[in-house]
Design a protein around this ligand. Sequence first.
Ligand code: NAD
Length: 488
Amino acid sequence: MPISFSSSKLPDQLFINNEFVSSKGSKKLSLYNPADGSLVTDACPCADEKDVDAAVEAAEKAFPAWKAISAAERRGILTKFADLVQQSAEVISEMTRLTLGAPYESFGKFEVGLCADAFRYNAGWIDKFGGESWPQDDGFMKIVRNEPLGVTAGVVPWNGPIGTIGLKAAPALATGNCFILKPSEKTPFGSLALGELIKEAGFPPGVFQVLSGDGSTGALLASHMRIRKVSFTGSIATGKKIQEMAAKSNLKRVTLELGGKSPAVVFDDCNLENAITWTANAITANTGQVCFAASRVYVQEGIYEKFIAGYKKAMQEKAKLVGDPNTAGTTIGPLVDKSQFERVSGFIERGQQGQGKLLVGGNRIGSKGYYLEPTVFTDVDIDSEIHTEEIFGPVSVVRSFKTEEEIMHLSNNTQFGLMAGVFTQDINKAMRVASEFDSGMVGINCVSLMFMNTPFGGSKQSGIGRECGIQALRAFTEPKTIMVNLTY
Ligand code: NAD
């Protein structure tokens, strides 16, 4: 059965124990369409303590049977869910677009596909994620099993609301955990609608639940005494609170995927066109609201003028692609909402007061909705906020550099460590620089990309732990050592 919800019939209930139920609390969320600023609803449920407790109770009840289900059956359920998500890609994206503003062809399709891929990829691991055993040369045989944790939760952001679900829920469920999802208060509809597909795929009641809510719901999950893990994606400030709540409650396990201010280092000997294409795409995809966007671009002085001319032209071309996300041909939509628009506009305004030189962009597009021109500052002061802080919009800063040593120091001189890119045709230099970057991910002649089978995440304040690949399965399991005495 196809999904019955749509942008004209939005889900307005929580999904607990395989049923859509009304929230016990009276608090409601208001959501607006960033394409024109209009009110979408003021009645989206915000799960309260009783709702969270009900979901935890259902998950606890479901856990023993879910943990014990055969690998083939669990794999079948995850794979069917992936297929159902894929089949409903357009309608899930449509509901998300209503409050995120991201066009389908350039973003919605990708992130729903990412979610479906994550379920397929992790389903494939179910009968391959074995443990270890060690020889009994000392009279004891040792077996190490990967045990699921129990009730786990995912608190996700608005900028990739459906893709992020796959990265957290799929490995959690594949390894036998129950999972409670809390979408962002800015993008709850696509996630709530998944309830229908969860049921249809055959997940038993209580295994996979969805609670819409704001930070208060996230805090209830992070501090819950019977939730064993919270996997969080969002800002550094909230990530720190989550870790504190986890520590102060039951020392639940925590994975944190946080912000970035990722550098792209462009050397004189690069393929210029390739460097311009990657760096321009990186900062405009999803209107720059991407955690691993290359937002600091460092260009060696020999090609600086040429790069600047090409990068400026590329950004002017990108500006032509900004528009209503529902119109065919638009690849860059508005910023997610008024507060994000004002935040990014504030950076642009203050940036022009002595922090750097505005190369291109800087203006609002149109008078309704939250559209901004792709914006670039050059000659930025290295201590300025536009150079040091995550702006989370289509705004990048560019500086020229002389030596590799100088630029590696500047690249790493930041609290962030999510992604970095190096552009050069010298393989030795590329590998040297790649190992010098203090970041979780590095692109050589590419930047701001990810793969399902390789670890995704950051060093320093960009996060703790990794998603994707086998690391994601490890993050949702606890090794248990069993020692067998063979000597008596
Ligand atoms: P945010 O921190 O404001 O919110 C993220 C989630 O946390 C939301 O679901 C929100 O309701 C919840 N939340 C807010 N306060 C909470 C609290 N006190 N306790 C528990 N939960 C709480 O982040 P955002 O604005 O939604 O997302 C943007 C940020 O996310 C950016 O910094 C971006 O870089 C980061 N991000 C990181 C990655 C990554 O993988 N590293 C991916 C996407 C986004």
